[in-house]
Design a protein around this ligand. Sequence first.
Ligand SMILES: C[S@@+](CC[C@H](N)C(=O)[O-])C[C@H]1O[C@@H](n2cnc3c(N)ncnc32)[C@H](O)[C@@H]1O
Length: 363
Amino acid sequence: MNITRYPPTQNQSLRAWSAADEYILNKLSEMEPSGKTVAICNDRFGYIGCHLNEMNSYSIVDYKSQETSLRLNLQNNGLKLNPERLLNPLTPVPEKVDIGIIHIPKSIDLFRFYLQYISRSLADDGVVICGFMTRHFSPKLLTIAEEYFEDVEQSLAWKKSRVLLLKGKRAEPDTELMTSFSYTFREGTVQDLKQYAGVFSSANIDYGTQFLLENLVVHKDENKVLDLASGNGVIARAIQLEYPHTEVHLMDDSYLAVMSSRLNLETENSHFHWSDSLDEIGDVQFDLVVSNPPFHFEHEVNSEVSIDLFREVAGKLKPGGRFFCVANKHLGYIASLKKFFTNTSIVAENKKFILYESRKGGV
Ligand SMILES: C[S@@+](CC[C@H](N)C(=O)[O-])C[C@H]1O[C@@H](n2cnc3c(N)ncnc32)[C@H](O)[C@@H]1O
């Protein structure tokens, strides 16, 4: 099968699957899976989903880009997607699952979330196969797996990967999967910001985001504002509190992030977009786009996605519109910003972070 990454990358060392995914499929084939119902979590580029497409398999998709990747890979291999087999992580599998599959995510909380998600639909004699690269092992994985299953068996290493085989489903532990932290906004409101597992910066506000918010000024005539890569929506919420008449839009690739932000904002005058591309959110043009853009994807560091988003922002700003963005200094985004915008200046910087303001048009 020919499996590629979406979004594509120039970095030849980044692959569309790992030995852990191959190991999962090897273990599955030992279980005579034909006729069984399978649920797959965190299959980033659709490697496992494509291989199991002919089976009764469900793909649980958090990232919109993950859905696109699966679609493209199926198409490229002459396979058809059954849309009923694509589920978001807040929609339960509509039938009993015999075999659960989890490519273990970087976030331990998200691993727990997927274990709970699968356990809820798993048949009593069901099995869960969890794959990971050995270098990402943490003893916490075993502790959490044991909260949900009586029998946790760790395989031998194969090509620097391992699998956990989980059997004997326990009664669901009484664990709160949504976290929250209290945050005092600059205009004085104190709010508990809520978020689902795995959403960026779960225990407190990110330092970069805090730096951005300390320096953010929205001008009187800036009525349509986008929080790009919005996570739990803290930036959009700050704007909403200080400038209540602003129409705020939020866009994030992660479904769990978008659904978290829905809990943190007033929904009137707010628009939530589950998307990885501004080209997909319709015909809207913005006065201001604000962002703490992504550069970590699971265990990978990759700034190509952000640079692509910068190009898209330039196409979505009204003439004279502004793009206000924070980044770690070492990423050196200035050259890319200068390529896409007419004027780019540094608004503030500290030891670690830098704030850029870019404008479209000669204002
Ligand atoms: C650095 S976090 C910022 C989150 C939030 N704005 C904050 O400051 O706490 C980056 C976010 O980008 C999202 N993301 C990754 N790729 C994306 C893409 N192509 N389009 C939109 N969001 C993306 C991630 O899901 C994550 O929520």
